[in-house]
Design a protein. Structure first.
Length: 217
């Protein structure tokens, strides 16, 4: 029997992607909380796992020819876990690449843009006198939500009719807009009805809820 995966994370949207996947895939794991507010991600021991000093990261013990396999970058971790478990990423090349397409959409667009919006809307220590940054990231966040909403108008999930790692990656960032940024009114989130229905559907999954609570902030 293989040893449990070692997860190094915190319950930020990027961290929650991986803990959700681990719970949904029913893969044994041990969670290690990395307090990024205290700078624990810069410790030499963690930089051996992720030289970029970001969470999440995992170690799959003795998986690589008897050697520990370290992975960082949440999209890469999700793909690895899906391949390892045989769940939430199809073997069919067209379905698989459609899923990866929406995963990369999240990694390259949703995460960075939503994160910048959150910075200027809530977390910046000093409010920017120039309204341009907040206006830019507000519009881009709303645009990306519109892309997701249009996709979900014709599909149950982002990659089609089956739940996938693309949903696990995107869900925490969408929820963050309301729960953490408290920007529901500012972003007019109620206009994205398909997104709201998708969020409600995913929230009803017990494994997903467990994943949200791993390594709490």
């Amino acid at each position: 029997m293989s040893e449990p995966i070692q997860l190094y994370s915190l319950a930020t949207p990027n961290g929650q992607k991986v803990s959700i996947a681990l719970e949904e895939m029913e893969l044994p794991y041990v969670a290690h909380r990395i307090d990024i507010m205290k700078g624990e991600q810069f410790a030499p021991s963690f930089k051996k796992i992720n030289p970029n000093s970001k969470i999440p990261a995992i170690i799959d013990p003795k998986a690589d020819g008897g050697e520990d396999f370290c992975i960082f970058e949440s999209g890469a971790i999700l793909t690895y876990l899906a391949d390892k478990s045989g769940k939430f990423l199809s073997d069919d090349p067209f379905v698989r690449n459609r899923t990866l397409q929406w995963l990369y959409f999240q990694v390259g667009g949703v995460g960075p843009m939503f994160g910048q919006f959150g910075h200027f809307y809530k977390y910046a220590k000093e409010k920017c006198k120039d309204p341009y940054p907040l206006e830019r990231y507000t519009k881009e966040t709303q645009r990306l939500l519109g892309v997701i909403d249009d996709r979900l108008s014709e599909n149950s999930y982002l990659a089609g009719e089956e739940l996938s790692i693309a949903d696990f990656a995107t869900f925490p960032w969408v929820v963050c807009l309301d729960v953490h940024y408290q920007a529901e009114d500012h972003l007019k989130l109620n206009q994205f009805k398909n997104v709201q229905n998708w969020v409600a559907k995913l929230k009803s999954r017990p494994a997903l809820q467990r994943g949200l609570e791993v390594c709490p902030i």
